[in-house]
Design a protein around this ligand. Structure first.
Ligand code: AHR
Length: 791
């Protein structure tokens, strides 16, 4: 047979390399799977890789307030290091003597340069007696000794690796000066840092500067420069204090004051995100508890915001603070997801934590105040009044609150229970999120309704092999996959990484009855600062581009079906090693069948399809495909080298075939008519699991809490899973994994005795009960052994 089969493949495809499958993939529109969550695709912002300062936040001056060198809150300086408080780590229950290198002097001048042209000048960052604002005690002190005719002392800011200036655009300048001795004028100049060319100036005439004086002007750039600079020039001797220097483009996203860079924000608009998670990530936890993000310090005039050292290695200004985040969510039509510290710092850093009732009450109050800031009535709540005073009397779209980030273990369970119980009672409209993984056994100790937030940063093999990860996930809590990215051995994020993520996304979509939300991470990288190996969107001072993974996110979000429909081969071949995936759904709004195919191999992939459950399939539809070489990456030079191409395909029908490009993610959209009337046969089990799939065999079964028994010549394994997972084998080498659970409907006594039990049965046991051949199963749930149930 094989001898005849090979030439047939040749004839069919015209190429030796095409993978041929004999059986068509069958799609049945009459079999409805999970409704796909409208909120499945969102974004997660964290201040990492200069995502905000030097990225999305449009401020152009770095180290505006000369606070960059200030130690992380709660840490003390000694011999070139910053030391965390001596405290017990909440997870490891030890003192880690946590410290980080700290180069005080180098940090002070971050972003700044002091020079004299025919002038003698020194500049020093000093703590001043009468600061511009108590939150920001430091300032630049220029000591200008001598200035010759036409000479000047110059304080220059180089921005975030260059200030991006655009010809014809207007920039608002604001800075503060104080001096008893300086009698000269001050010139503010936009400069092309590469050529030294002046791109625009404004002169502030000599004036009384005895007290802190605000100087403002609008400058227009007469040319474009990627490495622009802002120079403040002084033409007379004297001692001058300078503080809070800000240069802000007028052309921000939606023209918002203190807003976002328009081109960077547009990249997010184009992702059509349904929600935004903010402000982190590990920085929410802090390297010490005191170093956590304190949202209250991110409000008000940016000049008064003290900022905080960000555990990714630089000081966050929090110029884009809580209010700006909420406003941005509203501007993009997204729901806001706020993450707040749970009373514990990051356990891979210092891990110190609070536990007294008074401290925990303060933690809870901080959550309350944040929720009230976003949602409460300004006439009744002081935080809501601050929102109104900041120009937004109406509530913001805050819908989700996450209690901590990546916190783990029993201490977190105690904290979560304490916080969640109270907040849920007070804010029933908020969806709260727990940071434990979706299979963490500790969830059994956390009663109530909340989402869970597992994270995955892994290599391509993991993402390909885990298309089925959620098929057997417990259905007890909705899942928000808050952070995931392929980052092992894929350069700065090549096509292979993106295609493997597409395979993973198809699994989330298939299981969207439980996976309700997801967000790739991290979102941004300034090209000059990489704190994390792979990041979705890259930018420099003037340009921005999305990696291939960006386009996978966009394709998935733009082509989210209303509900899944049956497909015979979600994966082709061994799910652990396959690179071929297919997911199908129906878009109720457009009346289209959506077919998504991942080909993660370097060979073309030809498949034929049979479509059932509709009387008519239109011949012409759209094909949106992302493909290329596995190692290809987008760059500033070729920003859209890897981006989806849309074409028309005219050979759709109830039977059709298509050749998918090597290393590709393809989405087909074709109109279908005459859907079967019985399109909603969804039983409870289907709702929970997407679809029952065929059994498959494997030599490495992946099971949790297995128990093995033998009857006749067959071995049986029963394991933790929905309705108890079962496997059989004759030789204990090759196992057949049944896709049907032992119990598709759980016995009534389980829910009677354990209210809220959701059919995720743990650690089954098998015993022989009096009579030969009778198997009885003991289901253990929530850490207790319940009565046996005869099966
Ligand atoms: O996204 C980068 C980091 O990864 C996040 O800060 C943290 O939550 C995770 O460990």
């Amino acid at each position: 047979m094989k001898h005849f089969f090979a030439p047939a493949v040749l004839l069919l495809t015209g190429t030796l390399t095409v993978t041929a499958q004999t059986e068509p993939i069958r799609i049945d529109l009459a079999q409805k799977g999970a409704v796909v969550s409208p909120n499945l695709f969102g974004i997660f912002f964290e201040e990492i890789n200069h995502a905000g300062d030097g990225g999305l936040y449009a401020e152009l001056v770095q180290n505006q307030g000369f606070e960059e060198h200030v130690l992380p809150s709660g840490m003390t300086y000694k011999d070139g290091k910053a030391y965390a408080p001596d405290a017990m780590n909440y997870e490891h229950r030890n003192n880690r003597n946590w410290n980080i290198p700290w180069n005080l002097e180098e940090k002070k001048m971050t972003g700044w340069r002091v020079t004299g042209e025919k002038a003698t000048v020194t500049g020093e960052v000093v703590k001043v007696k009468v600061p511009l604002h108590t939150n920001t005690p430091h300032a630049m002190q220029l000591t200008i000794k001598k200035v010759q005719k036409d000479g000047k002392a110059v304080l220059t800011n180089t921005g975030y690796w260059g200030i991006g200036l655009k010809q014809g655009e207007k920039y608002d300048l604001r800075f503060y000066v104080k001096s008893a001795s300086y009698k000269g004028s001050i010139t503010a100049r936009l400069v092309d840092g590469t050529t030294g060319k002046s791109l625009g100036t404004t002169v502030f005439a000599a004036r009384q500067l005895k007290d802190w004086t605000e100087l403002t002007a609008t400058l227009t750039a007469n040319d474009t420069a990627a490495k622009g600079e802002l120079a403040l020039e002084f033409d007379k001797p004297g001692t001058v204090l300078i503080d809070y220097v800000s240069l802000f483009p007028q052309a921000t996203f939606k023209g918002r004051k203190n807003g976002q860079r328009a081109d960077v924000a547009q990249m997010l608009v184009d992702l059509h995100p349904k929600f935004m998670r903010w402000p982190g990530g590990c920085i929410v936890e802090g390297t010490t508890y005191e170093n956590r993000v304190k949202w209250k310090e991110t409000l008000g005039d940016p000049m008064t915001r003290r900022g905080e050292w960000d555990l990714w290695g630089y000081r966050a200004t929090w110029g884009m603070g809580y209010h700006e985040f909420l406003q941005f969510c509203e501007d993009l039509g997204m729901d806001a997801m706020f993450v707040n510290n749970a009373g514990m710092s990051c356990s891979v850093r210092n891990g110190d934590f609070v536990s007294s009732d008074a401290d925990m009450d303060a933690v809870i109050q901080d959550f309350r105040d944040a929720i009230d800031y976003a949602l409460a009535d300004p006439t009744r709540n002081k935080w809501a009044k601050m929102r109104a005073d900041a120009g937004h009397p109406k509530p913001f779209p805050l819908k989700y609150v996450e209690i901590g980030n990546e916190n783990v273990g029993p201490e977190y369970v105690t904290h979560f229970n304490y916080i969640f119980k109270r907040l849920k009672a007070e804010y029933p409209q908020i969806t709260f999120i727990n940071t434990l993984g979706h299979t963490d056994q500790l969830l059994a100790q956390v009663p109530g309704q909340y989402m869970v937030d597992p994270h995955w940063y892994r290599d391509p093999n993991f993402f390909f092999a885990n298309n089925h990860l959620f098929d057997d996930a417990p259905r007890t809590h909705d899942i928000y996959v808050g952070e995931y990215a392929c980052l092992g051995g894929v350069g700065a994020g090549n096509l292979l990484a993106a295609i493997s993520e597409a395979a993973f996304i198809l699994g989330m979509e298939r299981n969207s009855d439980v996976v309700k939300m997801s967000s790739y991470a991290p979102l941004f990288e300034n090209e000059n600062r990489r704190d994390w190996p792979c990041n979705l969107i890259h930018m420099n001072s003037l340009e921005v581009y999305g990696r291939a993974s960006y386009y996978v996110q966009q394709m998935a979000a733009n082509n989210r079906p209303s509900y899944n429909v049956y497909v015979s081969e979600p994966t082709t071949g061994d799910p652990k090693t396959t690179r071929h995936f297919c997911q199908t759904g129906y878009d109720e709004q457009t009346g289209e069948l959506i077919i998504k195919v991942v080909n993660g191999t370097d060979q073309p992939y030809r498949r034929s399809f049979t479509i059932d459950g509709a009387t008519n399939v239109m011949p012409t539809g759209r094909v949106i495909a992302l493909s290329g070489n596995a190692t290809d990456e987008n760059t500033f030079e070729q920003p859209t080298k890897l981006s989806p191409q849309t074409s028309l395909f005219g050979k759709f029908g109830k039977q059709f075939s298509y050749e998918f490009a090597p290393m590709s993610f393809t989405i087909m959209r074709v109109k279908v008519q005459g859907l079967a009337a019985s399109v909603q046969p969804t039983g409870q089990q289907e709702r929970r699991r997407g679809f029952q799939r065929e059994a498959f065999t494997t030599d490495t079964p992946m099971v949790h809490d297995p128990v093995m028994a033998k009857e006749g010549d067959t071995y049986y394994i029963y394991a933790t899973g929905m309705g108890i997972q079962q496997l059989t084998s004759r030789d204990r080498k090759t196992w057949t994994v049944s896709r049907q659970p032992v119990m598709s409907v759980i016995p009534g006594w389980t829910t009677d005795s354990v209210p809220g039990f959701g059919n995720h049965v743990w650690a089954p046991d098998v015993i022989q009960w009096h009579v030969a051949g009778g198997l009885h199963i003991v289901a253990r749930h929530l850490g207790r052994t319940d009565r046996p149930s005869a099966c």
